[in-house]
Design a protein around this ligand. Structure first.
Ligand SMILES: *Cc1c(COP(=O)(O)O)cnc(C)c1O
Length: 361
């Protein structure tokens, strides 16, 4: 099959077609190198240029100021749940966690193994449909850090502005909405993201760490689990995912060609609005998240019954609209429309939804 279908997968997710095409052209031999990116040393000059390109691309797109390091690690966002707590949560200290969905819960589970966790707010009672207001959070002014999930991929709940954490460093899992819109990096002390939603292929984890945090790291951590190792070695202490970093470099180029994150944000807003309008326009579809906390990346909704949801997914798949089944833990429908997902795919889904309602509503 050479035809590409509309891929609503939550992750690994679609990559931009021009990126795949360039990677295909260069797969056997990088221009002027005569070898694939997967066959060259991570300490070679060509790879040095690639990793620097990826780093400076991200720095430019996200407007990362001086005083932050950008790292390319492995182990996914899931390893960061543990690693950030090992590095920044002292045994006798406490960290605040704001839980707005399933990934936040997983982050809490790991942090508890390192120290005390204060659940500053959890939206579990309402079924994770929104982010808390400032006055709903019980923030501890002495916390080691405040952790949140910028976009809860499973529930489709996204923060629109950062909470005020005062002097306490803000730490964020931004796996599923990083690069979808500009972010005020200076409000964050630490950001991490698995690459496979908006940055590149799986197997790379992006970390952006403010330098002053590095001074808090206790001695005695395993070398690979100590952020200072990766800062001091420019992410080349051990062999990184060279292929993944190469693709990230291409994705950054693609984003810059599209007008950077502001241009990308406008497109993402337009795609999400089209879909949310279709959901709001009828009682047949019911959006999961409250309108002010709705994700522009993962659009979650329900149909009148689970039988209809099953039928919906089966018929959509048959029409080349793939990956719409909600996460097994919450059910329903989830349309993941990350940066690389085209407007035409959203239009196709909206037409399908209208037709499906006409036949089954
Ligand atoms: C996908 C995802 C994760 C898990 O990422 P892995 O790279 O598979 O460990 C964590 N947090 C969020 C918000 C995610 O979307």
């Amino acid at each position: 099959m050479t035809e590409r279908i509309h891929n609503f997968s939550a992750g690994p997710a679609m990559l931009p077609l021009p990126v795949l095409e360039q990677a295909q052209r260069e797969l056997i031999s990088l221009p002027g190198i005569g070898m694939s990116v997967m066959e060259i040393s991570h300490r070679s000059k060509p790879f040095d240029e690639i990793i620097h390109g990826a780093e400076s691309g991200l720095r430019e797109l996200l407007q990362v100021p001086e005083g932050y390091h950008i790292l390319f690690l492995q182990g996914g966002a899931s390893l960061q749940f543990s690693m950030l707590a090992m590095n920044f949560l002292p045994r006798d200290g406490s960290a605040d966690y704001i839980v707005t969905g399933s990934w936040g819960k997983k982050a809490v589970k790991e942090a508890k193994k390192c120290g005390n966790v204060n659940i500053a707010a959890t939206m579990a009672d309402g079924g994770f449909t929104r982010v808390p207001a400032q006055d709903e959070m019980k923030l501890d002014p002495h916390a080691a850090f405040v952790h949140l999930t910028t976009n809860e991929t499973i529930e489709g709940v996204e923060w629109k502005t950062e909470p005020n954490t005062g002097e306490v460093p803000l730490v964020a899992d931004a796996s599923s909405d990083i690069l979808s819109h500009p972010i005020p990096i200076e409000k964050y002390a630490f950001i991490y993201a698995g690459a496979q939603k908006n940055i590149g292929p799986s197997g790379v984890t992006l970390v952006i760490v403010r330098d002053d945090l590095l001074k808090r790291i206790p001695d005695g951590l395993h070398t690979m689990l100590d952020y200072r190792t990766h800062v001091e070695n420019n992410s080349l202490y051990n062999t990184p995912n060279t292929w993944g970093i190469y693709i990230i470099n291409l994705v950054c180029q693609w984003l810059k060609d599209k007008g950077g994150l502001e241009g990308m944000h406008r497109e993402n807003e337009a795609k999400a609005a089209l879909l949310y309008d279709a959901i709001d326009g009828t009682d047949f579809y019911r959006g999961h998240a409250d309108s002010d906390s709705r994700s522009i990346m993962n659009v979650t909704y329900r149909l009148p019954s689970e039988e209809l949801e099953k039928k919906f997914c089966a018929e959509a798949t048959a029409q080349g609209l793939d990956g719409l089944k909600g996460h097994r833990s919450v059910g329903g429908i989830r349309a993941s429309i990350y940066n690389a997902f085209p407007l035409a795919g959203v239009q196709a889904l909206v037409s399908f939804m209208k037709e499906f309602e006409r036949k089954n509503g």
